[in-house]
Design a protein around this ligand. Structure first.
Ligand SMILES: [Zn+2]
Length: 343
């Protein structure tokens, strides 16, 4: 990898401004991305440009933080960078990821090993488990009957965004006015994404506090992205982000997360008698089971089934297999990660 770097540095002089560990870390990420692509045949690594709106880089070594002076010391920044600390921490810094948002805000996410073991997993029990069905109309339906509405941020701001984009296109390329509009648009996008992640944090917090076992579907978004319009709704819904939050919050709180495959027919099976309804359409919000006559709400029925499938999969009681399942969350040694703003 070092040889590769030497060659690259000759070709692109600006790479010399950056410390070697960060460059190696970028190459390593790229290597992992390619390996994943060749293994799974999906997610070909995206080309990253120096001019991309969103930029980030990692510093795996030689990072120091002075809490009193509120300064972060990175390689090639000897004077340190003044920062706004979100909160203090103890432990060893593992990596620091510096990112810049499209509106030119800089963030440093610090991954810390606090050397405290994660709490032991609570036992998997039916009465403290919940199944979650995610959807477009309703963001999530819980097997206890609660429905969590989808916050359609983009729809709310869509009109304004479209108008802004139209105006933006009419501005002369390279002009200051055009740049100003680009920043304005980026600001709206950033606000939307902040609101969405705030919301998903609140929802995932509440669920992982209340329940000891969380059952969800493995959300293979690619299955649904075929419909252009649907794709928009799905990316708005932020399912992937939701799944990630649930996973690591379960780890932190000693809760269990069980994923089931999407191939398991959670919507088409009656949660009362187990009868199948092969004719069920995506537009059917309610249906009646032809075998037992139960009137079913599509999403609630799915949530109950997801819970049932997941619990059956683990055999309800804690076995060795469960412990393995429980261990498939995020890196075990990493106990706290957070963000702070830089000024
Ligand atoms: Zn039935």
């Amino acid at each position: 990898m070092t040889g590769q770097l030497v060659e690259l540095k000759q070709e692109f002089e600006w790479l010399n401004e950056i410390n070697a560990q960060s460059l190696q870390s970028a190459l390593k990420n790229l290597d992992t991305a390619y390996k994943n692509f060749f293994r799974t045949k999906e997610g070909f690594p995206r080309y990253k440009s120096k001019r991309d709106n969103f930029q980030s880089y990692q510093c795996p070594q030689h990072v120091k933080l002075d809490f009193e002076k509120a300064r972060l010391y990175l390689p090639k920044f000897k004077e340190g960078i003044k920062i706004i600390l979100r909160r203090e921490f103890t432990g060893t810094i593992k990596t620091v990821t510096i990112s810049r948002t499209p509106t030119n805000k800089y963030f440093a996410s610090i991954l810390v090993d606090d050397h405290k073991p994660l709490p032991d997993k609570l036992p998997i029990k039916e009465e403290t488990a919940v199944g979650i069905d995610v959807g477009i109309k309703t963001f999530a339906t819980l097997s206890d009957g609660r429905k969590i509405e989808n916050l359609k941020f983009s729809d709310k701001s869509l009109h304004r965004l479209k108008w802004m984009q139209r105006k933006f296109k009419r501005k002369k390329k390279g002009s200051n006015r055009r740049k100003r509009w680009q920043r304005k648009i980026a600001k709206v996008h950033e606000r939307i994404s902040n609101q969405r992640s705030d919301y998903l944090h609140k929802v995932s917090d509440a669920i992982t506090k209340q329940y000891n076992t969380v059952c969800i579907e493995d959300l293979k978004i690619k299955n649904m992205v075929k419909n252009k319009h649907l794709a928009r709704s799905i990316s708005d819904a932020g399912w992937g982000m939701f799944g990630t939050y649930l996973k690591y919050k379960c780890e932190w709180r000693g809760k269990n997360l069980i994923e089931i495959g999407t191939f398991e027919p959670s919507s088409k099976t009656c949660s009362v008698c187990g009868g199948k309804n092969a004719d069920l359409q995506l537009s059917d919000r309610e249906w009646e089971c032809t075998q037992c006559g139960a009137k079913l709400d599509r999403d609630l029925n799915a949530a109950i089934n997801i819970k049932e499938f997941a619990l059956n999969k683990t055999g309800w009681a804690v076995t060795e297999e469960d412990t393995e399942l429980a261990d498939t969350g995020l890196g075990v040694e990493v106990s706290s990660a957070f963000q702070m703003g830089c000024s």
